[in-house]
Design a protein around this ligand. Structure first.
Ligand SMILES: Nc1ncnc2c1ncn2[C@@H]1O[C@H](COP(=O)(O)OP(=O)(O)OP(=O)(O)O)[C@@H](O)[C@H]1O
Ligand SMILES: [Mg+2]
Length: 378
């Protein structure tokens, strides 16, 4: 087996801009995608996800750089000669054909025998859990079922790589969540490499083995969902994936693996872990996820928190929003700094005293590894 299923080597794609000049849709992207991997391209609208996917499919050619599939440089190989298949957001099913005919469509172009086609169509429908629906027309199926047909139609050709461009975008939230899990299970079952485009960070975290986060044509970070969420390499990634608090500050000193940062407009210090090269005096931003902050009252603070633990601050509760599984609290750290804190409701109680009230004066602690210190300018 070759080392990589798909590789982008320093790929640039520029389009002529109708209004003059050029659009840099993809900017020196380098990616290696492993065989059997569920790999996602994640980023906001216009960041170059679809363009990247279309270059792998062969619908577009790179302006610079190279795309390799199974280690073969693709050059200007047309789409139908590449071992890939694409599933789009709009299912693009033929309305006048039955489900079976839709799925068989690609195979008939391949000159497969009738018996062979029938066997493979049935197997593909089985794979997407729609066995027995072959005689229906697309409009007699729900949105989720139609998307599964589009998947079956792509899978029936046994591509080495399946490209999916926001395939669940048209479905409602509940169905989308169901389909995410189904699609992931299907991918594991068939073992095909998936390249999956989405702008939905939760979807990418749920499904992917690895994620490439893109912005303005640039690949900013490539990593597993845990790496991307827990150790974002820049402010954009920290902000785009999940929710986070940003505190502005300046590097004061270094201490073992930690960095000490003085918050802007105060002499208050936080201890966190440095991400990237930092030097004393540098302007930085501290990124803290809301679920990683703990609120304590005086009693707990006295007995429950080690005396030498850094990052203990007095706070005031500004407001609280109870959302069932957790409570979202906005706290005031003084200095005009407000923080979002999410607390899981692990006690089932109607006792009002178990919940915070606005104006309450309490304490908060954050473990140093939960404060990521990033250079401010990236
Ligand atoms: N054929 C084209 N001609 C000119 N500009 C284009 C063309 N195709 C894409 N672009 C531009 O390239 C950039 C990247 O577009 P792309 O479709 O790859 O974004 P995307 O990440 O898929 O966004 P979305 O989430 O909205 O689908 C955008 O600025 C877009 O306007
Ligand atoms: Mg797109």
């Amino acid at each position: 087996m070759t080392q990589y299923a798909v590789e982008l080597r320093d790929v640039v794609k520029r389009f002529p801009n109708p209004g003059g000049g050029e659009v840099n849709a993809v900017n020196h992207a380098t990616l290696q995608i492993n065989h059997g991997e569920f790999f996602s391209l994640l980023g906001p609208s216009g960041c170059g996800k679809t363009t990247s996917l279309r270059m792998v499919a062969g619908f577009e050619w790179p302006t610079e750089g190279e795309i390799l599939i199974d280690e073969k440089p693709m050059g200007r190989t047309p789409p139908f000669q590449r071992p890939v298949n694409t599933v789009f957001q709009s299912y693009a099913l033929f309305q006048h054909m039955t489900i079976s005919q839709n799925v068989a469509f690609g195979l008939e172009m391949e000159n497969a025998s009738k018996a062979e086609i029938q066997r493979r169509v049935e197997a593909a429908l089985e794979m997407v859990q729609l066995a027995g629906m072959g005689a229906r027309k697309p409009r007699q199926l729900s949105g989720g079922q139609q998307q599964r047909i589009a998947l079956a139609r792509a899978l029936v050709k046994r591509p080495a790589v399946l490209l999916l461009d926001e395939p669940l975008g048209a479905l409602d939230l509940k169905l989308r969540k169901e389909m995410q899990l189904e699609l992931k299970a299907l991918q594991e079952h068939v073992g095909i490499t998936f390249i999956y485009v989405t702008h939905d960070q939760e979807e990418a975290l749920t499904m992917s083995d690895r994620i490439a986060v893109m912005d303005k044509g640039n690949v900013l970070q490539i990593g597993t969902p845990v790496e991307i969420y827990e150790r974002p390499n820049c402010r954009f990634v920290a902000d785009f994936i999940g929710e986070t608090n940003f505190l502005l500050g300046r590097v004061k000193d270094f201490d073992a693996n930690n960095v000490i940062v003085v918050l802007e407009g105060s002499d208050r210090e936080v201890v966190g872990i440095p991400l990237g090269e930092l030097r004393p005096g540098q302007d930085v931003v501290a990124s803290v996820r809301p679920e990683k902050i703990r609120i304590f009252d005086n009693a707990t603070l006295k007995f429950g928190v080690p005396a030498n633990q850094p990052n203990i601050f007095p706070i005031r509760i500004l407001n609280t929003t109870y959302i069932g599984s957790d409570t979202r609290v906005l706290v005031d750290l003084g200095l005009g700094v407000q923080l979002k804190v999410w607390e899981q409701n692990h006690l089932s109680t109607l006792d009002a005293l178990a919940y915070y009230t606005p104006g309450q004066e309490l304490w908060m602690t954050i473990r140093p590894e939960n404060i990521l210190i990033l250079p401010r300018d990236n």
